[in-house]
Ligand binder design. Structure first.
Ligand code: SAM
Ligand code: SF4
Length: 331
């Protein structure tokens, strides 16, 4: 069975936000006060999430990513991972996390069946980390990365949002990091999600900046085949590097033509595209697998051919009236 949308794209990947809460307040993702939190009773229970994934797996979903908000702040997340790992057909189980709580959870997550993690890290400087996250300690994020490496949550990828005037001076530091450690740094273009138009205009930089900076420093990036579970990143090695550099250009070279993703928000809305407001609640059909499968197909059949984010900051999600931030949809 395969899930094919109206534009011929096969879909096998579901990204699930399990909470919109977070222990950090990254400037590009949340306001200082955080988001208005969804109350516990209106977020999907783990049992409900497992129902959706079981129905999707029968249709051809084989890859799951747990995200948020910060997924490790939700209680008993290890139990959810165990349940997901036991669903027939799920053969790639990943999580995106800020890493702060990984020293506590990495071993249990691995044992429960988590294959790998992406850890967000935008700077290697203590003070700047505090400014970007508004409250975080770099030391804990770095300990989280070590815990992921020690517990074999490979490939350990770091998500780094490139921001003009904020961390664009650290490109070579990240390149040196992957020279020394088996880490895969993926630079991501700043996206105008939620009410971020002005910040986006001030800080967006196309990722050609990374290639130019590496080239000028005598560390040219050489293309390599994609890593396990690789999505839209273009991957590169550097001379003598243990890890790799990835470039994800959602704006300057968008990858909509190969998109294979569906998304489930924490309050149970199924979305076919991060940047459009269209979504359907799964709650009314949670106890009826066939109806759930029909809903998944319906959402997919309405998937747009591409998102509407443009490099000038104009963004479909704003035009279409949805101001959800990344923490609310699940990045
Ligand atoms: N809390 C987890 C974390 O930070 O990894 C998971 C959720 S977070 C919303 C997922 C990813 O979205 C992070 O890597 C973050 O850097 C990215 N993100 C959030 N807002 C973004 C924006 N405006 N542009 C680009 N990436 C963004
Ligand atoms: Fe929290 Fe992740 Fe958003 Fe940062 S990017 S505020 S860690 S959800």
């Amino acid at each position: 069975m395969a899930l094919i949308d109206g534009h011929g794209r096969k879909h096998d990947y579901l990204r699930i936000s399990i909470t919109d809460r977070c222990n950090l307040r990254c400037v590009y993702c949340m306001s200082e006060e955080g988001v208005e939190q969804t109350c516990h009773s209106s977020i999907l229970s783990y049992e409900e999430i497992l129902n959706v994934v079981s129905a999707g797996a029968e249709l051809g979903i084989s890859k799951i990513r747990i995200t948020g908000g910060e997924p490790l702040v939700r209680k008993n997340v290890v139990e959810l991972i165990k349940g997901l790992a036991a669903i027939p057909g799920i053969n790639d189980l990943a999580m995106t996390t800020n890493g702060i709580l990984l020293p506590r959870f990495a071993a249990e997550l691995k044992e429960a069946g988590l294959d790998r993690v992406n850890i967000s890290l935008d700077t290697l400087q203590t003070e700047l980390f505090r400014e970007i996250t508004r409250c975080g300690e770099l030391k804990y994020a770095l300990e989280g990365i070590e815990a992921a490496l020690e517990n074999d949550l490979h490939p350990v990828k770091l998500n780094t949002v490139l921001m003009k005037g904020i961390n664009d001076g650290e490109v070579l530091d990240f390149i040196r990091l992957v020279r020394e450690k088996p880490l895969h740094v993926r630079f991501i273009e700043y996206m105008p999600i939620g009410d971020h138009d002005q910040a986006y205009k001030d800080h967006y930089l196309p990722l050609s900046f990374i290639e130019d900076t590496a080239q000028k420093a005598g560390l040219p990036l050489s293309p390599v085949p994609l890593l396990g579970g690789a999505g839209p990143a273009e991957s590169y090695t550097i001379p003598d590097g243990l890890g790799t550099i990835g470039l994800i250009h959602p704006i300057s070279k968008h990858f909509c033509d190969t998109c294979n993703r569906l998304r489930l928000t924490s309050e149970g809305n199924l979305k076919a595209c991060l940047y459009w407001q269209d979504e359907k609640p799964v709650q009314p059909v949670l106890d009826d697998k066939q109806a759930l499968q029909e809903l998944i197909k319906e959402v997919l059949s309405n998937k747009p051919v591409e998102h509407q984010m443009a490099a000038d900051g104009k963004c479909g999600i704003v035009k279409s009236g949805s101001m959800r931030r990344m923490s609310q949809t699940g990045g």
